[in-house]
Design a protein around this ligand. Sequence first.
Ligand code: ADP
Ligand code: ADP
Length: 218
Amino acid sequence: MAHFIVLLGPPGAGKGTQAKAICEALNIPHISSGDIFREHLSKQTELGKLADGYIKCGQLVPDDVTIRMIGDRLKQADCANGALLDGFPRTIAQAQALDELLRKMNARVQTAISLNVPAEVLVERLSGRWSCPSCGRVYHEVYNPPKQAGICDEDDTTLIQRPDDRAETVRQRIEVYQNQTEPLIEYYRQKGVLVGVDGTQSIEAVQHDILASLAGVR
Ligand code: ADP
Ligand code: ADP
């Protein structure tokens, strides 16, 4: 059976950080809506330019374009075995659209992992976040530093700080999360697929809890 896993959590909860281990354990691709938007932006496509206007001010990109983009990605051959969705869905409309897309593939969301981290911690995490623009790997200057400051361990690329990680935009993104995305926790709880994980623990402890919660589906 295909493994479609949703990773829910506010900005800075650790979704990107945890994605790799989950994907390796289940042998599924990592689909990050934020990474796909940023890739479009770096190539200056129409979608990238449109998304940039929303990303810059911490708002969500409209559902119709976002749903179409993820729908196209799910049609690619590597998703036949499932996928880890990181940052999608972020609204009830997106969650319903995902259910419909998966229904057409004879699949469904098997587990929705909600990484719980309080707002105070998120600002500190995001202000110290550095990421690799080439491979997407995420670091933190205190909690998860690269071997050499400012350089990606994986491919030696110079790390960057995301413009939307400024404290002001972060506060806006957290508010958007609370208003538009948090209702998804109840949505998946009602479907009986929700798993809550304490995201304030160390990176290793969070990974352990996530993999333990997925043991039944592997
Ligand atoms: P984080 O990893 O900090 O949660 P992302 O990289 O997932 O942030 O998202 C960055 C920005 O991209 C969001 O603030 C939003 O503007 C846009 N975005 C990403 N995913 C979605 C989505 N599913 N729906 C609408 N906008 C999205
Ligand atoms: P998200 O994808 O949910 O926005 P990230 O995975 O990018 O979150 O993590 C945000 C920042 O917090 C990064 O700098 C990352 O290194 C750091 N981080 C992630 N998980 C933890 C953790 N458990 N403890 C401390 N810092 C963490």
